[in-house]
Design a protein around this ligand. Sequence first.
Ligand SMILES: [Zn+2]
Length: 282
Amino acid sequence: MRMRRRRYKGDIRRIRQRNGRIFLVICLVVFGAAAVWISIDEEKSEEKAKQAYKEQISKEEQEDEQEPQVNVEPTGPVLADETEKQQWYLRLVNKDHPMTEADVPEVAIETVDANGYQVDVRIMQDLEAMFADARAAGRNPMICSAFREWDMQVSLYENKIERVMQEEGLTQEEAAIKASTVVAKPGTSEHQVGLALDIVSSDYQELDEAQMETEDQKWLMENSWKYGFILRYPMDKSDITGIIFEPWHYRYVGKKAAKEITEQNITLEEYVGAGPVQTPVF
Ligand SMILES: [Zn+2]
């Protein structure tokens, strides 16, 4: 019995020692696994951080590349510079910029067509090209007014005042103001410098708003800028030009100005930096 007990005690000790070793091994394994797991996890988060950093940098680079487009300041209107404003073809003639009879520039005038209409010789080439291309496109516009001598403008203006007085029962003074929105007072008409033409459709020769509906006029409105001409008194611009909408009055301003004025839908007054005409429009 004694030996058995001793053996028994010895067994218990061995079992305890073995259990202790097993426990230690398990602890080591668990600890080791935890260490490996933490280290893998750390690697992963380091990798993630690197990736995020890369993405951030690349995003910033992309933003930098886009920056010039994103931050482009809206550009102002393209207008005539000081040198251009002095050019003969940009000369502003209106109620606020009148000429006396002595101021009217002496320019070489040339006859355009069989009807005897005349213009400044310097615009002849572009004018002829515009008419040639219009005809080639199947259109048939015709000139009904061009260069006017001083006396001619005087008689047109006075006749208009007479008609307005009769038709509308206005005083001479009132009629003169009203007439000047349709027929320019002598000294304020572009026709007097040989740079303006009234052009109508051969199918419809009236000087009224229906003129804009003709095929000939549509062609001119769409194409005249290519030859250096602008529709000088557009719709809804009377408060600037001081002249009613005239879908027949074309003014030569040169090709560069004609393009810029047309593209921006502005008037010659705006292009040369002049204020709106002050005389009221009825
Ligand atoms: Zn005209």
